[in-house]
Write a protein that binds this ligand. Structure first.
Ligand SMILES: Nc1nc2c(c(=O)[nH]1)N[C@H]1C(S)=C(S)[C@@H](COP(=O)(O)O)O[C@H]1N2
Ligand SMILES: [Mo]
Length: 435
């Protein structure tokens, strides 16, 4: 047995990269669980926990069951942030001013609780009676059909884990000066769920697709009638009409009673409160795919229909929402995702990108879903720059900020997916920087 328990950490064979990054398997081994240094960041000894000064909840009977249960009243910090936008553009377009962001720093695992799913509803959330709502599939089909919610539930359903990300997520990072916004404000237009519904291919099969159909045009039943054109290939691949999210009926803010879900595509294409799918030989060129949601290039031309999202990752802990109180071993953890498929690898650097170490990925790894990565880090109390970079199963690698801006310039606002940097100061404070 080891004479000095700390030797395990200090032993250079366990160092995976410069700056104190340790082998990703260390947390899994029982050896590290007994390591003294860990006590600095892990729970105190159990006798101290059961000690005096605690209210004794065993003395009184608890409250009774509810028909629909709530989370603990102490969970006040884990809330969406409503970030108002009062700009003239928003007023002119009658856009609702709030964009609600997921508290990524409060979450572990990969599923976002329904009440914390990020939310963007351009013209507000309609109050739809499911008995009066239906979906029509028409246009270039042999057999136009109409489906209400109970008809949909009679088809074979699938349940799959997918992330959803607004293409405007992280857009503030196109700015020249680094923002002082938090993790939630910068990256919170991102969530992950188990979605249950009917594959669109099943319904299209029933309608019979005309040979000259190339696009589907999806329309919502909200005040703005959100309309997007999606290539037929996607509709026949993994697009689904989602009716449930994490087991319960999707919520009004997520498109109750049914929404289109295009896994791995920019969030805007997943039309909520879906009421019509029209098959066409061409895209409809709606405002959402001409004036909006196009990628401005440095030469002032714009790329259109850049629907599939790229590979991306972010460190959620430690992050701007906290500061490191003392030296010791911390777990660096975060999320990685790719609009094309599965995450193959995530690396972390704590020295500003000079050296990188492989992280442990938590399985099962789902295609087009958030994947959690983690790696232990021995923080010695000096300044550090924390970064993560993801690679997907097709070898697509997350670019540096410089690589992204060299290719795309700074005229755009969508699809920012470069490596993100957190600066850790010697006093333990954490803020966003460009590195
Ligand atoms: N009908 C309709 N669908 C919509 C929207 C909308 O305003 N109306 N917003 C879109 C945008 S911009 C995004 S990012 C996603 C957000 O989905 P969520 O609110 O469920 O997170 O829905 C998309 N679908
Ligand atoms: Mo969006």
């Amino acid at each position: 047995m080891s004479k000095n328990k700390n030797s395990l950490i200090i032993d250079t064979t366990n160092h995976a990269a410069k700056g104190g990054l340790l082998n990703r398997r260390l947390f899994l081994s029982s050896a590290i669980a007994t390591t003294a240094a860990l006590a600095t960041t892990r729970a105190a000894h159990s006798q101290e926990i059961v000690g005096e000064g605690q209210d004794d909840w065993t003395l009184y009977p608890g409250s009774d069951a509810l028909e629909y249960s709530n989370r603990s009243r102490f969970e006040v910090d884990s809330v969406k942030r409503l970030i108002p936008n009062d700009s003239q553009e928003f007023l002119d377009l009658r856009l609702t001013k709030y964009v609600a962001r997921t508290p990524l720093d409060h979450l572990l695992g990969t599923i976002t609780p329904n009440g914390l799913h990020f939310e963007r509803s351009h013209q507000g959330i309609p109050d739809i009676d499911p008995d009066k709502h239906f979906l029509v599939i028409h246009g270039k089909v042999k057999n136009p059909l109409k489906f209400d919610i109970s008809a949909l539930e009679n088809y074979p359903t699938v349940s799959r884990n997918y992330y959803m990300e607004c293409s405007g997520n992280s857009a503030v990072l196109f700015d020249e000066t680094p923002t002082d916004q938090s993790l939630q404000e910068i990256h919170g237009l991102l969530s992950g769920s188990e979605w249950t519904g009917v594959l669109l291919s099943t319904l299209l099969d029933e309608c019979g697709i005309s040979p000259d159909a190339k696009w589907i045009i999806a329309e919502g039943a909200d005040n703005g009638m959100m309309t997007r054109s999606i290539p037929l290939d996607k509709a026949l691949d993994d697009a689904m009409i989602a009716i449930r999210q994490n087991g319960e009926r999707i919520r009004p803010s997520q498109g109750y009673p049914m929404r289109l879900l295009n896994p791995g595509f920019e969030g805007n294409t997943s039309v909520k409160w879906l009421r019509s799918i029209y098959l066409s030989d061409r895209p409809v060129m709606s405002v959402q795919e001409t004036a909006k949601y196009t990628d401005m290039m440095p030469d002032d031309k714009a790329l259109q229909f850049t629907l599939e999202q790229d590979v991306k990752s972010i460190i959620t802990r430690p992050s701007s929402a906290m500061s490191l109180k003392k030296k010791g071993v911390y777990e660096i953890t975060g999320l990685a995702w790719s609009g094309k498929g599965k995450i193959a690898r995530v690396e972390v650097s704590v020295d500003g990108g000079n050296t990188w170490a492989d992280t442990a990925l938590e399985g099962p790894i789902h295609s087009k879903m958030l994947t959690r990565f983690r790696i232990p880090w021995m923080w010695e109390g000096s300044s550090a720059i924390l970064q993560s970079r993801a690679i997907d199963e097709f070898g697509r690698r997350q670019p540096s900020r410089k690589e992204l801006l060299d290719a795309r310039g700074t005229n755009g606002i969508y699809h920012y997916h470069a490596i993100h940097s957190w600066d850790v100061a010697p006093n333990g404070e954490i803020k966003h920087v460009y590195a």
